[in-house]
Every structure is written in C-alpha cells, then in structure tokens.
Design a binder for this molecule. Structure first.
Ligand SMILES: [Mn+2]
Length: 345
C-alpha cells in the first residue's frame, strides 16, 4: 500500500516538475541564429534560392524579436560555383550539393557553438544533409522530426529522378550507410541519425523504394492517413512520446513547406494535393516548441517563382514565417511580454 502511495507521489512530483519545466522554458528568452541558404541544385527548378530573402522580407527577424527572441542573422551563405558537374549514375548536381552542404554544416556548427537555436532558410531540401550533419556534429545525438509530403529517403541507386532533394535522409541514417555509393564531394558526410530517432509527419507521395526502406527500418511515420485517423494533437503526442522514450535528445525539425496543402502554400517545387491544413501545420510547431528541445529548424522549398500570382507567393511566405514564429513561442491564444503592466489612468 505504502509503495503504491510512494509511486503515486513520485508520479505527481514528476508531473509537477514537467509543468514547471515547460513554464520555465516559456519564459526563457530564446536566442535564434538564422542562416540563409540560397541553393537550388538539389532539384531542377530555379527560384528556390530566392526563399531566404523573401522570408526575411516578410518580417521574420522583427517578428521574432517582438516575441522576445534575441536574433542574430548570419546572412546568406555563398556557395562554390561548380562549373563541371556531370551526373554520377542518374544523380544530378552531386558536386555542387556536396560542396554546398559541407559549407552549410560548418555554418550550422558555428551557430550552435554560439549558443543559438539554428534556423536554416532554404533553398531545396538537399540542404538537410549539411544542416543535420552540422547540428549533430555540434550537439551529439539528435531526434529528427521530418515534416514533408515526401520521405526524401531515396538512395542514389533507387532515385527515379536523380534529384538530390529527394535523397537527403539516406545519407544521414546509420542503417543505410552500406547502400550509399562513393560520390564526389560527399566523402565528408558521416551518417549521424538512427532510424529510431526519426519521425515523419505529412507523407502522401512516397516512392516504392522509399516505402520499402521505411518498413525495413521500422521508421515511425505519420502519413496523411494517420493524420486523418488520429488528428494532429494525437500525432504530436505520439511523436514526442516515441522520441523521448529514447532519451530527451535535442530535436532537429526539418520542415518542407510542401507538407502543407498547396491551396495554402502553392509556391513550391513539388506540390502534392491533400496536405496539412494551415492549422495542423502550425500546431506541429507550437507543440514542438513546448517540448523545450527544439535545437535546429530547417524551413525549405519556398520557391517564389512557382507561384502563379503574387498572392500565391505571399500566402506561401506568410505561412513559412508563421511556422517559424510558432517554433519560438508565438501562440494563437496570444502572447504578452513578461514585464507587461496595465496602464493606469
Ligand atoms: Mn522535402
């Protein structure tokens, strides 16, 4: 009897500590380091290199500061101009992608060593190679939450298109290391993520080889079917429970804007119908923010040249900014600063 009571007390204490921790984190000033990565060679469509500047122009920095964040903008990375870059097998842009990601990895390591939560504005999703590699090199083992219509886990040998933005996860997973051939400018990449530390959300366009890989490795994935069945609140609860069962590791969120439905975010390279609503998309970032573990965020595949109208572009960019704001404390219920006091007549 007594042991039961002790256990109950312990459970209560743990619960209270968690709540205190959440509260503390809410009130902690966050510091954000922003890296622009205007890079598009991981896929064939020009324009995605304009993403970082469009997202900044929509007021990202000032709005983060308004939330109480300390923000440092590291500017846009300059990438080596690779003039001769013949396909390797079917894979295109290998040397450019390898070299750009090496630079990005070093930049992300710098941002982490400066003590910020790293925000990488893409650019195409091949940039997740350098972003996750650099994040892990700086802080150690990670949990990765990949929000995307696509699994981006083709190996160079399974890819139909040869586009590297559909492959980044395959280079990062320990479990796929033996399936990756030697590629020029890729030798610096060391796998740094375990399949069990990865969760997908929003999948709805998965190639057969990718589906096979997900099942083979037992990767946790909430496709749009699970989103429909469980609802976003349950999906996020299960995501965080699943990841924290392996220890509370820093979270790397890799958010592809094409996870959201193209009716909301049309200005992107590979839109797929049937995506997340704006509300589901924002709920994901709100929830991850409250874990207190968000340590790096990618926001990729915003392509201003893919919108049919200016409103298409603005809707896409505004959504990208809102997702980032809710990564850093913006709540739809409203926010106020800690030192707010009511004016007295
Ligand atoms: Mn993607």
């Amino acid at each position: 009897m007594r042991s039961v009571r002790t256990l109950l007390q312990l459970a209560l204490t743990v619960k209270r500590t968690c709540r205190l921790h959440h509260r503390y984190y809410h009130e902690l000033q966050r510091s954000v380091g922003i890296i622009g990565a205007p890079f598009s060679k991981g896929q064939p469509r020009g324009g995605v290199e304009g993403g970082p500047d469009r997202i900044r122009a929509a007021g990202l920095l000032s709005r983060l500061q308004h939330l109480g964040c300390a923000v440092k903008d590291y500017g846009n990375l300059m990438f080596e101009d690779v003039t001769v870059d013949e396909p390797v097998g079917t894979v295109k842009g290998v040397r450019a992608v390898g070299s750009a990601n090496q630079r990005l990895s070093e930049a992300v390591q710098g941002v982490k060593r400066d003590g910020h939560t790293a925000v990488m504005l893409g650019g195409d999703h091949s940039l997740a190679i350098g972003s996750i590699h650099g994040h892990s090199a700086a802080v150690g083992e990670l949990s990765v939450v990949w929000v995307d219509a696509h699994a981006d886990i083709n190996t160079p040998l399974t890819s139909y298109t040869g586009n590297l933005h559909g492959q980044p996860m395959s280079y990062l997973l320990h479990e796929l290391h033996s399936k990756i051939p030697v590629l020029p400018n890729f030798s610096w990449i060391k796998p740094c993520v375990s399949a069990r530390d990865l969760v997908y959300i929003g999948l709805r366009d998965v190639d057969p080889a990718e589906h096979y890989i997900l099942k083979l490795l037992g990767v946790k994935a909430f496709s749009m079917s699970e989103m429909d069945r469980l609802g976003v609140a349950r999906v996020m609860e299960e995501t965080c429970e699943y990841l924290s069962a392996r220890g509370r590791k820093p979270i790397h969120l890799s958010y592809d804007i094409d996870a959201i439905d193209p009716s909301v975010t049309p200005a992107t390279g590979t839109p797929v119908v049937g995506g997340l609503t704006y509300r589901e998309g924002v709920y994901i970032t709100e929830h991850l923010c409250q874990t207190g573990l968000l340590s790096a965020v990618d926001l990729v595949e915003v392509n201003p040249l893919r919108g049919q109208t200016e409103e298409d572009i603005q809707s896409t960019v505004r959504t990208a900014v809102d997702l980032l704001l809710s990564c850093f404390g913006r709540l739809r219920e409203g926010n106020h600063s800690l030192d707010y006091s009511l004016p007295v007549p």
